[in-house]
Design a protein around this ligand. Sequence first.
Ligand code: RB5
Length: 143
Amino acid sequence: MIAIGCDHGGFEMKQAVMKHLEARGEEYRDFGTFSPASCDYPDFAKPVAHAVADGSCDRGILICGTGIGVSITANKVPGIRAALCGDCFSAEATRLHNDANVLALGARVVGEGLALKIVDTFLDTPFSNDERHMRRISKIEGD
Ligand code: RB5
């Protein structure tokens, strides 16, 4: 199950991403926003991050104008490794190296075609399970 959320800046792109997830046969839960009216990105990024952190969803996708606000917000939630990606190389690397569990996209930064390729890369790339990457990830939330 994929948790998806956005603010007004990401509303249109979220519609496209949900359509794409449906075409891929992916189950998702839409945490809003549900209209293009101006709103506050933490109100949607936090519930998505909590759904991933508590295990009710496997991965999250968050979209705002830049992707920055939603990624900063999501990364405040323990257990969340949100990656703001504007290219497929980063999306692949963050799955392989960081085991990122939330993808953040900037709808005013990347076009829809690239965003959907980034989503595919993020969803289709497994974590490497390499010892060095596991060690580094384990240090993220330690002191
Ligand atoms: C909204 O105008 C914009 O600030 C928001 O979508 C996002 O880019 C914040 O980081």
